[in-house]
Write a protein that binds this ligand. Structure first.
Ligand SMILES: C[S@@+](CC[C@H](N)C(=O)[O-])C[C@H]1O[C@@H](n2cnc3c(N)ncnc32)[C@H](O)[C@@H]1O
Length: 313
C-alpha cells in the first residue's frame, strides 16, 4: 500500500483558488520563479484557451503567474524543454493525452473534506429517509458525485446512505459513483486512505464505524463501504462520453465555480438528463443563480440549492 503519512498534495490543492484572490503561487513554485521562461500575455492567452477547451476551467489574468509557474515546473521535470516543445508534446497521440492528464492535475483545485457542507448532508439524510419511509425506493438508489476529487464527498454520501438503509433494514442496492478529471485524485479516492486530521470533520461516530486505523496517523475507509463507491474518470464538459446511467441524486459542488456562466448552465442542463424521474440535483449554494430548467422544480429550502426532476409525462 502507498505510504499515506503525508497525504496527497497532488501538485496543487489551492493554486487557482489562491491566485483568484491574490497573485501568489503554491509552495512548489517559489524555487522555479527564479528562472522562468518568458511568458507573454499572448502565451497566457494561448495556454488559457487550451486549458479551457480541455477542462472548461476559465483562468483570469491574475492567474497568469500561477499558470506560468506550473508550466515552468513541468518543463523542468521533463528535462528543461521549451514551451514550444511542450506544446508539441501535448499533441503527441497517447503520450500527449497522458501529459494533458498530468498538467490538468497540477492546475485544478482539489480542495475537499468529509461532510464539507453540513446543511447538504442533513438535506440528503432527510431526503433518503423520507423516500424510504414513503416506499419510493423500488429498485436501486444511485448517487453521483461530479468532480469528486480525492473521494471525501462520495464517501460522505456513502456514509449517509449506509446509515439510512441500515436503520430501515432495507437491502436494496445503493451505490455512489465519483467522477473527476484528475486521475491521481481518483486513485487516491479508490484507496480511501486519509490522514487522521481529515477525519476531524466527521460529525459523529463515523470514524469508529466506517474507518480502520492503518497507523496512529492514518485511517482507511472500511472495505464494505469502499465497495459501495466506484471512481471513474470523467470530464464534465464531455458528459456524452460517460455511461448514460440515470441517477436518484447528483451532487455537484465546488467545481462549477471555475467555469464560465454559459458553461455552468450547459453542464447542469446535461446533468438533468441523467436524473431519474423524482431524482434530485444538489449543487453548491449560489454556484449558479440565473438558471432554471423546464423538467425541474426547485426545492423550497433556504439552506440548500436543490432541484427535483418532474415525473415524465
Ligand atoms: C474543489 S474540488 C471539489 C471536490 C468536491 N466536490 C467538494 O465539494 O468537496 C473540484 C474538483 O473538480 C474537478 N474538476 C475540475 N474540472 C473538471 C472537469 N472538467 N471534469 C471533471 N472534474 C473536474 C477537479 O479535478 C477537482 O477535483
Amino acid at each position: 500500500m502507498r505510504s499515506t503519512t503525508t497525504g496527497y498534495r497532488g501538485g496543487n490543492e489551492q493554486g487557482l483558488a489562491m491566485s483568484q484572490s491574490d497573485d501568489k503561487t503554491d509552495s512548489n513554485s517559489s524555487w522555479s520563479m527564479e528562472s522562468m521562461p518568458d511568458f507573454s500575455d499572448d502565451d497566457f492567452e494561448r495556454w488559457k484557451l487550451l486549458l479551457e477547451e480541455k477542462t472548461g476551467i476559465h483562468l483570469v489574468p491574475q492567474q497568469k503567474a500561477f499558470l506560468q509557474s506550473q508550466l515552468t515546473i513541468r518543463l523542468r521535470e521533463l528535462g528543461g524543454i521549451t514551451l514550444e516543445e511542450y506544446a508539441k508534446h501535448l499533441k503527441d497521440g497517447l503520450q500527449g493525452m497522458v501529459e494533458w492528464s498530468t498538467l490538468t492535475d497540477r492546475l485544478v483545485v482539489k480542495e475537499t473534506s468529509f461532510f464539507r457542507h453540513p446543511e447538504n448532508c442533513e438535506f440528503i439524510r432527510k431526503l433518503v429517509r423520507s423516500r424510504i419511509n414513503q416506499g419510493m425506493i423500488k429498485s436501486s438508489f444511485d448517487v453521483w458525485s461530479v468532480g469528486c476529487s480525492t473521494g471525501e464527498e462520495p464517501y460522505t454520501l456513502s456514509m449517509i446512505l449506509n446509515d439510512c438503509f441500515e436503520e430501515a433494514s432495507l437491502d436494496n442496492f445503493w451505490g455512489v459513483t465519483g467522477t473527476d478529471i484528475s486521475m491521481p485524485a481518483l486513485a487516491y479516492g479508490r484507496e480511501g486512505a486519509y490522514a487522521k486530521r481529515k477525519l476531524d470533520m466527521l460529525p459523529g461516530d463515523e470514524k469508529q464505524r466506517y474507518f480502520d486505523e492503518i497507523d496512529p496517523y492514518n485511517y482507511q475507509v472500511k472495505p464494505f463501504l469502499r465497495g459501495r463507491v466506484c471512481f471513474a474518470h470523467g470530464n464534465v464538459i464531455e458528459l456524452k462520453k460517460l455511461p448514460q446511467v440515470k441517477m436518484d441524486l447528483i451532487s455537484c459542488h465546488n467545481m462549477l465555480i471555475y467555469f464560465r456562466r454559459w458553461r455552468r448552465r450547459k453542464i447542469l442542463n446535461n446533468l438533468v438528463d441523467r436524473l431519474k424521474p423524482n431524482g434530485v440535483l444538489l449543487i453548491g449554494m449560489g454556484e449558479i443563480v440565473d438558471w432554471e430548467h423546464p423538467k425541474l422544480t426547485q426545492i423550497d429550502d433556504d439552506t440548500v440549492q436543490a432541484y427535483v426532476r418532474k415525473e415524465d409525462t
